[in-house]
Ligand binder design. Structure first.
Ligand code: PHE
Length: 354
């Protein structure tokens, strides 16, 4: 084989090797194989000694040309490989921005919150203020200022969680009555509702919970009469259970109201005929209320000759159970998503889709 045949064969082999190199590493090996110190192109120089002085420069130049050709072929192959790699990477990391996004699941308002807000809306519309009190309360406001001195037997009506001898978890929202009256320095009118959590020592079951909610209502002004109480509660019953509801007042006893009444609403399910909801009586008991006891007014600094008032306390838990047909009060407090999701209103669902 002549030297030029050897050279062109080497060139052919090199071009094949370069094109077959599939990655940077393989290409680097090809580079070493042909262009390295001990590589094939350098090997061609060994023929120098066989050549005459005249032939040497031309041969040397050809070897150099071959080195340059191989170098530039490697460089362009390198570029091709780099591009391929970039494309592969882009393909792999491609993000389809047109894919629908993962659905964000919006919560629904808790049925108790719903019920409380519905009642708040009604009373705000009637000019009442919303006032909140403390869940950890003094014995004084929870009992004494409500005409329940320490030895009063009616304290047994509400089993309490005491923290110290004088401090307890409030057993009802009525202490907010006493606190608000005290703050007003004997000046009416007072028109408030107070929603909040209350606590009683009770064994939890389907209808009892040691923690539940109440909404207190209090109106104190001049010339407030029992008919005002009745009218207000009638409006509330119609708002909650339907326009054709009626209410019935039954005598009852609370130390902080005199007279005291228990309020029943005509059954919204059977319209008074008698069914399982109203235990076949046609009436459902919904709240306790009465005319504010003069002692409560006097203790808070109000002149009971000038001012009269009414108060009521209702339980959103019971109302929500009746309205939504919930059979177990514990559902409100165990936060099972399957329960809560049923209370998504049409508007909530609409919002979730946007
Ligand atoms: N605080 C009473 C209860 O929890 C309810 C009530 C409030 C009764 C206001 C009369 C007036 O049982």
């Amino acid at each position: 084989m002549t030297q030029s045949e050897e050279m062109s064969q080497l060139k052919q082999e090199a071009l094949v090797d370069i094109n077959e190199a599939q990655d940077e590493k393989a290409l680097q090996d090809v580079k070493v194989k042909y262009l390295g110190k001990k590589g094939s192109v350098s090997g061609l120089m060994k023929h120098m000694k066989e050549l005459s002085n005249e032939e040497k420069p031309a041969y040397g130049q050809k070897v150099n040309e071959l080195r340059e050709t191989i170098k530039s072929e490697i460089a362009s192959r390198q570029e091709v490989l780099a591009n391929e790699q970039l494309e592969a990477q882009l393909r792999e990391e491609k993000i389809d921005v047109t894919l629908p996004s993962r659905e964000i699941s919006l919560g629904a308002k808790h049925p108790l919150t719903r019920t409380i807000e519905e009642i708040e809306d009604l009373f705000l519309g009637l000019g009442y203020e919303i006032v909140e009190g403390f869940e950890v309360e003094h014995d004084h406001y929870n009992f004494e200022a409500l005409n329940l001195p320490k030895s009063h037997p009616a304290r047994d009506m509400q089993d309490s969680f005491y923290i110290t001898d004088e401090i307890l978890m409030r057993t009802h929202t009525s202490p907010v009555q006493a606190r608000t009256l005290e703050k007003r320095n004997g000046q009416g009118p007072v028109k408030i509702i107070c929603p909040g959590k209350v606590y009683r020592r009770d064994s939890d079951d389907a209808t009892h919970s040691h923690q539940f909610t109440q909404i207190e209502g209090l109106v104190v002004a001049e010339n407030i009469r029992m008919s005002d109480l009745k009218g207000t509660l009638e409006l509330l019953a119609k708002e909650l259970f339907g326009a054709d509801r009626e209410i019935r007042l039954r005598p009852s006893y609370f130390p902080f109201t005199e007279p005291s009444v228990e309020v029943d609403v005509s059954c919204f399910k059977c319209k008074g005929e008698g069914c399982n909801v109203c235990k076949h009586t046609g009436w459902i008991e919904v709240l306790g209320s009465g005319m504010v006891h003069p002692n409560v007014l006097e203790m808070a600094g109000f002149d009971s000759e000038k001012y009269t008032g009414f108060a009521f306390g209702l339980g959103p838990d019971r109302i929500a159970m009746l309205k939504y047909g919930i059979e177990d009060i514990r559902h409100f407090y165990t936060n099972d998503m399957r329960f809560l999701e049923q209370f998504k209103s049409v508007e909530d669902r609409g919002e979730a889709e946007c």
